[in-house]
Design a protein around this ligand. Structure first.
Ligand code: NFS
Ligand code: SF4
Length: 642
């Protein structure tokens, strides 16, 4: 008998899981149990399905069983190929995300799409960094020039990615140049990587591993950074906002629309039209239209508009089980196909929006940059039409919400610090790191995964780090875990070591707040670029390489290949990355040793080449301690107080 309290920390989700069971509705939590025990060949990465001579399964523990596939491929080769393929699948959705925002910006600049350029300062700062003339140039013209330079990152056949050159630290570029892994064009690199993994192509595991690191750079610059930069130009750079978390943000007296997925061009338009048509909801007897967020669409609207967050990845289906959603709008990434079966049990319309991402059982309203308004209006009108169909006997919204702060872009963090030192805003932060008042900085990022008790590992890792005076920055669904549990609010200071609490209180009070929260929410998963920007800014100001900084990244409940490609990006910068759910690599001693730098006979590790490694640890307290150990090691090397 599985108890709902073993599946999730979120009491609202627990309540809805009980409701689901009573109503005989299946969810991911239950399906995850049905998959146990998992196949060992799959878990360790030694199952190959690259051609029709197979599928081949080779030994996963090094001695027992068949050693080679039909073509002669070894476990090292199969695991390395499979991992590259997984990292490509993590990178591609972000690269597509970047390409879509790029075309939206281009069409907006040409007057063809109904968006406006709200991030004037960001546009000018990026224009300058790209070497464009910005003085006296019209915004639309400048935006078009920026978009066309970005477009080269999908077209040029040689040279180095423009966005890498824009955003990477010089020391890192040197390292990557020596290893010959500088990417030029995202599409070309993706095609090249798929070609490497094809049957009968690359079989040198070391070269495949370098291909993985290169893909991490594609992810980082033409996925994450490009998306964030262009989204800030179009929708504005986030600033401090207060918001609410948990299922209780769904409001019974309102027409409720959940936005779920990742692409803000869709969710921003739905929000805009919900405001325009708010009176029509009142005419139906509702108090208005209430937009709530799930996954990274939630993060995008939260960061820029303060929209509240219903839930994160693993419990997306449960939002519908409240019986109070008129519509759930989905675009791309992390959309469970199971949503359609759940929606069928209620009046909720599940609506997909991207032309090339269709969901079986969902209706579809096409988003294109030009027709964005038509899409926004249509979706909101459909939700309004469903409001009278709501079955009150099926409505059950778990009570209670939690307050959270968000909107911590690098620009916002610098502005907050400037109240302490207007001339040199980063200095107070660097001094706090130097004295040990802040031991280091760890980014808690990534997902929730029904294999792990929801929100538990994310919050436990964070609390253990805070207790040891480590400042947390957060993104993605992990940030939601922290938000639901009060760690994005000044109340969370109760979990901090005294030194960290004092620093956060001082900065907060200098800005008219009770304190800063112990975890700074920096946005969606593409906004891991913001975390990278912060590290580069700190490194540059301190005159050291990012790889020398006392920092780490942690994804305690990773489920998506995107978490792995983002992790690869950070390892390439020299940052250690912890994952709580193991990647399928343990079938190959070579790949495992190269990434984790655990002792073995294999001589080349990412730790030696880049300065960062993969830490796999399921136990959150142990994981936090391992990261702290590494932070102290890096502090010592810098000669900082330990
Ligand atoms: Ni990131 Fe955001 Fe969430 Fe994981 Fe999925 S929504 S892009 S992949 S589950 S954090
Ligand atoms: Fe088997 Fe080789 Fe084909 Fe993979 S590529 S399925 S190992 S024969």
């Amino acid at each position: 008998q599985v108890l709902v309290t073993d599946l999730t920390m979120d009491t609202g989700v627990q309540e809805l899981l009980v409701k689901a069971e009573l109503e005989n509705i299946e969810t991911a939590f239950q399906r995850a149990k049905e998959q146990e025990p998992h196949c060992k060949f799959g878990l360790t990465g030694v199952c190959c399905r690259r051609c029709l001579q197979g599928p081949c399964r080779v030994t996963f523990n090094g001695n027992k069983g068949v050693k080679r596939g039909v073509c002669g491929a070894t476990a090292d080769q199969i695991v390395a190929r499979n991992l590259l393929s997984l990292i490509v699948e993590g990178t591609t959705p972000h690269v597509e995300h970047a390409r879509e925002i790029l075309h939206t910006l281009l069409e907006t600049a040409e007057g063809k799409a109904p968006y406006e350029i709200k991030g004037k300062e960001k546009l000018i700062s990026i224009g300058k960094k790209l070497g464009l003339t910005v003085d006296g140039v019209e915004l639309d013209k400048l935006a078009k020039e920026v978009a066309l330079i970005a477009l080269q990152d999908f077209q040029q056949q040689s040279g180095v990615s423009n966005w890498l050159r824009l955003r990477a630290q010089d020391q890192s570029i040197e390292t990557w140049k020596k290893l010959n892994i500088l990417p030029s064009n995202a599409h070309l690199e993706i095609a090249n990587a798929i070609n490497k993994t094809a049957m009968g192509c690359e079989s040198d595991p070391v070269s495949l591993l370098l291909g993985i690191m290169k893909m991490g750079l594609v992810e980082g610059y033409d996925g994450l950074h490009l998306s964030t930069d262009l989204q800030d130009i179009l929708f504005g750079t986030p600033r401090l906002v207060k918001t609410q978390y948990r299922m209780g943000v769904i409001k019974e007296e309102y027409v409720n629309i959940a936005v779920h997925g990742h692409i803000p061009m869709v969710s921003e338009k739905v929000l805009e039209w919900s405001r325009k048509l708010n009176n029509e909801a009142k005419a139906l007897g509702a108090k208005g239209i209430n937009i709530v967020g799930i996954c990274c669409s939630a993060n995008e609207l939260l960061m820029r508009q303060g929209v509240s967050v219903a839930t994160n990845y693993a419990s997306q289906e449960l939002a519908i089980i409240t019986g109070a959603l008129e519509a759930m709008v989905v675009d791309a990434q992390c959309i469970m196909p199971g949503l359609a079966q759940v929606a069928e049990c209620y009046h909720t319309e599940l609506i997909s929006a991207l032309p090339n991402i269709k969901i079986e059982g969902a209706s579809h309203v096409d988003w294109t940059p030009e027709d964005a308004d038509k899409m926004g209006e249509e979706i909101v009108r459909r939700a309004l039409a469903h409001y009278p169909e709501r079955d009150q006997s099926k409505v059950q919204i778990p009570a209670g919400t939690v307050e959270a702060y968000a909107g911590f872009s690098v620009e916002q963090i610098v502005e907050l610090l400037a109240t302490l030192n207007g001339q040199d805003p980063l200095l107070p932060l660097i001094e706090a790191i130097a004295t040990g008042d802040i031991l280091g900085v760890v980014a808690i990022v990534g997902c929730t995964n029904p294999k792990v008790k929801q929100d538990w590992a994310n919050t436990e890792v964070a609390k253990e780090l805070m207790r040891n005076n480590v400042l947390i920055v957060a993104s993605g669904c992990s940030a939601h875990s922290l938000g639901k549990n009060g760690l994005l609010s000044p109340d969370g200071l109760q979990y901090c070591g005294e030194k960290l609490a004092n620093v956060l209180t001082a900065i907060g009070q200098a800005n008219g707040l009770p304190a800063l929260p112990p975890a700074l929410h920096m946005g969606s998963c593409v906004d891991n670029s913001r975390i990278d920007d912060l590290l580069v800014a700190l490194g540059d100001r301190m005159g050291v390489a990012v790889r020398e900084l006392p920092v780490a990244g942690s994804s305690p409940e990773n489920h998506s290949p995107k978490a792995l490609s983002i992790g690869t990006f950070f390892i390439a910068q020299g940052v250690d990355v912890h994952i709580g759910v193991n990647a399928p690599i343990t079938g190959s001693p070579l790949v495992e040793q190269a990434l984790t730098a655990n002792k073995g006979e294999f001589p080349v590790t990412t730790d030696e080449l880049f300065g960062g490694k993969l830490i796999y640890e399921a136990d959150p307290i142990q994981a936090a301690q391992t990261m702290i150990g590494r932070i102290i090691q890096k502090r010592k090397a810098l000669g900082l107080v330990c």
